[in-house]
Ligand binder design. Structure first.
Ligand code: 26M
Length: 818
């Protein structure tokens, strides 16, 4: 019998089964003769975890021995989703696990479903971090992720009478086998207090006397690479009361209060902030940011000092990646550590800081750039504010030398925003202190250079790069679409595409092959069946598999235009209603699927969710319509729902107003799974068009450069009749809730249609009609679908990460020997 062994633990089914039973008995503490699906999931997870830990240890040892330059990826959000399914794929032990379980009377797929999502993030930015961690591990890069271990992840969405309600996501309720608590890896993090000047060794020094100290405890999450033993670490910090404080109690009340107050420290890592883009300047948010940054930097500096004693070598050993501005306080914190704790000179410290940081921004909207009110800064981080002043002073001097006394420009570029309320501009701080700045698609980077950060681009053109996002094909094909994965490997006669995704392009050769097409359609059908079952369970709506499954799943936001989608559905409904019987037979049946969470405080987004339900109620119960049109809202959209929905979709919509989606990564997941895209030329779509050709997609709407003009003219131009008609239906209460929908209708009428729904409506309907026509021709549709998958290689996060490694971080692979 072959033995799959790369550590102490063997990976054959018999050994796995032994381990599973061991964990049933000793970890889960159940009888090995009677345990349920969840307990079996726990035991299996612990068996997989043991294997991860072996590889994790070997990897860390190896990195330590080789001491390469390491990348530290700092992010306040990671949307990891489930770990079991991903780990067994990357370890290459899925079949063995399935066999081991089947002999015990369990089904692997059923157990994998037991796991809840790790949802420590909001949306695109957070899932991108997770995809990038997978690629960093797979490509053997010596990388670490650092973040916060929130006790409550992103809120759960429940729908009552069509309205969104938020519920806490206490994801740790049933334990988390995928993390390792490191009680001995902990650091004090300071807040508040004051700054004093002292003389140390004859030199004047600033000393920060904190008002509060909180302990950061490490939780390590192993991230296995695919087809390699390398397993990197995602270290998340949890806040615990600091040991340092002695409780001097004079009475029981003091004693109890002292304990209660200490316990308040834990609040810092309690809950993830939902992204509403313009949410600014909250004390707890600033404390979260500093907390994770301070602990991470203490950890990083400690690791550096273990091996080196000259800080000038720091930039040769450390790259620090800022995932948006959320961790940008790190630049100031590193400065503070070098100045106040290592007693380096300003010049030397600044030199080091400028060589280690790189900054990626994920937004287009200038109003979404983070600002922190100065007095809040002064209270929470008094020493940091001083350092920011010093950085800004030096920067302003340098700038004056270059551009003269252009005070308007100087004030635009200043890190400190003057005004009634003074603010610290976190993006300006990040740009000034980073050696590279990048957007997340080519179009986005152009926008940064010509608009959002134009002044900085003029000053430092060499700092600006562009890096188009990517997603990992391991999760988005291999884990979530096993049938497609098998088909691809069969036709390419290799599994190498799983780590060399450019090989997918060879599918082009078979795109018209009837045999492949037959198999391709079968795969889609299986996935549609799975999705249809899910829809029926979640919403009670029965859908026909012959219908085109048309999907829009993403966070709900005005710029993403779910409202446009719903108005399109209303138009379709209205057309069918008014059709002759003979014409009805020609209608391509559709199932329109929408899913996504609205930020809790974003009223218009919540109204869009309610509208979707109101329209669905009407259409789905109209016996006149039957299977020709259904509308369903999928509640509580998250990573594992996406894994189910994407493979089962025929068409997916990415319809943001051009110039608003920095990149978009959902589109890439659909593309890989052979779903056709109906999209505007926004963000990364532009590059998808280049790869697979506009003829294989349904592109519509105003182009990025047309948007400003259209906006100017918007108030004077009448929206098309069809558009006014469907909005009127909503306004007049055709779907009920007349008063409630009024403010929603107001956002697209009376010259206030900022996101240009009216102006894009006609071309949207044309694109939809083109999709209908294409769907009727099954062979043509299938060919377009194959070509979508075949052209998706460029959108793998492997490509993105290789590019960052070479051009931004300057890191090289450090592979564990087999
Ligand atoms: C800010 C303040 C307070 C609380 C939360 C936030 C916040 C959290 C997340 C703000 C923005 C956040 O994420 C932005 C984001 O997800 N951007 C998306 O990033 C993707 C990956 O680069 C892109 O593909 C999307 O186009 C972009 O919208």
């Amino acid at each position: 019998m072959f033995e799959l062994m790369d550590g102490f633990l063997k990976n054959d089914p018999v050994s796995l089964q032994k381990d599973i039973l061991h964990h049933v008995e000793y970890t889960v503490a159940r009888s090995r003769f009677s345990f349920d699906d969840f307990e079996a999931y726990q035991a299996l997870s612990h068996s997989v975890r043991d294997r991860l830990i072996e590889r994790w240890h070997d990897t860390q040892q190896h990195f330590k021995k080789k001491d390469p330059k390491r990348l530290y990826f700092l992010s306040l959000e990671f949307l990891m989703g489930r770990s079991l399914s991903n780990s067994v794929i990357n370890l290459g032990i899925k079949d063995q696990c399935a066999e081991a379980l089947s002999q015990l009377g369990f089904e692997y797929e059923v157990l994998a479903e037991q796991e809840g999502d790790a949802a420590l993030g909001n949306g695109g930015l957070a899932r991108l971090s997770a995809c990038q961690m997978d690629s960093l591990a797979t490509l053997d890069f010596p990388a670490w992720g650092y973040g916060l271990r929130y006790q409550y992840g992103l809120f759960r969405q429940i729908i009552i009478d069509g309205f969104q309600h938020e519920q806490p996501d206490y994801w740790l309720n049933f334990g988390n086998p995928w993390e390792i608590e490191r009680v001995h890896v902990s650091y004090p993090v300071k807040f508040y207090g004051s700054v004093k000047e002292e003389v140390v060794n004859g030199k004047k020094c600033k000393v920060w006397i904190p008002g509060e100290t909180v302990e950061a405890v490490a939780y390590d999450n192993p991230i296995p690479g695919y087809g390699t033993r390398n397993t990197i670490n995602l270290r998340l910090w949890a806040a615990k009361p600091s040991e340092g404080l002695d409780i001097e109690s004079y009475n029981t009340g003091d004693y109890i209060n002292a304990i209660v107050n200490r316990q308040k420290a834990e609040i810092i890592s309690n809950v993830l902030y939902p992204d509403d883009r313009s949410y600014q300047g909250k004390e707890l948010r600033l404390k979260q940011q500093y907390f994770f940054v301070s602990a991470s930097l203490q950890d990083i500096v400690r690791r550096f000092k273990d091996m080196h004693n000259n800080f000038d070598e720091f930039p040769d050993k450390v790259a620090l990646q800022l995932n948006d501005t959320h961790p940008s306080i790190s630049v100031v914190e590193l400065m503070r550590m070098l100045l106040d704790e290592e007693h380096l000179s300003w010049k030397r410290s600044w030199n080091i800081v400028c060589k280690v940081f790189t900054f990626t921004t994920h937004t287009v909207l200038p109003e979404a750039l983070e600002k922190v009110p100065m007095d809040l800064f002064e209270t929470v981080l008094p020493r940091h504010l001083q350092i920011i002043y010093d950085i800004n002073f030096a920067f302003m001097e340098e700038l004056k030398n270059k551009i003269g006394k252009d005070y308007v420009r100087l004030s635009r570029m200043s890190i400190v925003e003057e005004g009634a309320v003074k603010n610290i501009r976190m993006a300006n701080l990040s740009i000034v202190c980073s050696h590279t700045v990048n957007g997340v698609s080519r179009a986005h980077s152009e926008l940064l250079k010509t608009r959002v950060f134009m002044d900085f681009y003029e000053l430092w053109p060499e700092k600006f790069q562009y890096k188009t996002n990517g997603v990992t094909q391991r999760r988005w094909i291999v884990v979530s679409n096993p049938s497609l994965c098998a088909l691809i490997s069969k036709w390419l006669r290799t599994e190498s595409w799983i780590h060399d995704v450019d090989l997918l392009t060879h599918l082009k050769n078979h795109a018209s092959n009837p045999e492949l097409q037959h198999e391709w359609k079968m795969v889609k059908k299986i996935n549609k069946m799975r999705l249809a079952e899910y829809i029926e369970t979640m919403s009670g709506v029965k859908v026909s598999l012959d219908a085109m499954f048309d999907v829009q799943i993403k966070r709900i936001h005005e710029y993403k235009r779910q409202f446009l989608n719903i108005l399109g559905v209303i138009h379709r409904y209205d057309c069918i209603k008014n059709m002759e019987e003979s014409d009805r037979r020609k209608v391509v049946p559709r199932v329109c699927i929408i899913g996504g969470k609205a930020p809790p405080g974003y009223e218009i987004a919540k109204k869009i969710i309610k509208l979707c339900h109101a329209v669905a109620e009407k259409i789905n119960n109209d016996t006149d319509i039957g299977d020709l049109l259904k509308l369903v809202f999928i509640p509580d959209y998250n990573v594992s729902v996406a894994e189910l929905v994407i493979p089962g979709s025929d068409l997916s919509q990415h319809i943001s107003t051009a110039g608003h989606e920095a990149s978009g990564t959902g589109s890439m997941k659909f593309l890989m799974n052979g779903c056709l895209l109906l999209a505007t030329a926004d963000g990364s779509t532009n590059e998808i068009i280049e790869e697979i050709g506009a003829e294989n997609m349904f592109i519509f709407g105003a182009k990025m450069n047309e948007v400003p003009k259209l906006r100017e003219k918007e108030s004077t131009i009448k929206a098309p009749l069809q558009f006014r008609r469907v909005v009127r239906m909503v306004r007049d209460g055709y779907f009920g809730f007349k008063d409630y929908f009024k403010s929603l209708c107001d956002t697209v009428e009376n010259g206030k249609d900022f996101y240009l729904l009216g102006s894009d409506f006609t071309s949207y309907l044309e694109a939809q009609a083109a999709a209908d026509r294409a769907y009727v021709d099954k062979e043509k549709w299938c060919k377009m679908s194959v070509l979508s998958t075949a052209g998706s290689g460029r959108f793998s996060s492997d490509r993105t990460i290789e590019d960052y490694a070479e051009k931004t971080w300057g890191i090289k692979p450090c592979k564990l020997p087999l």
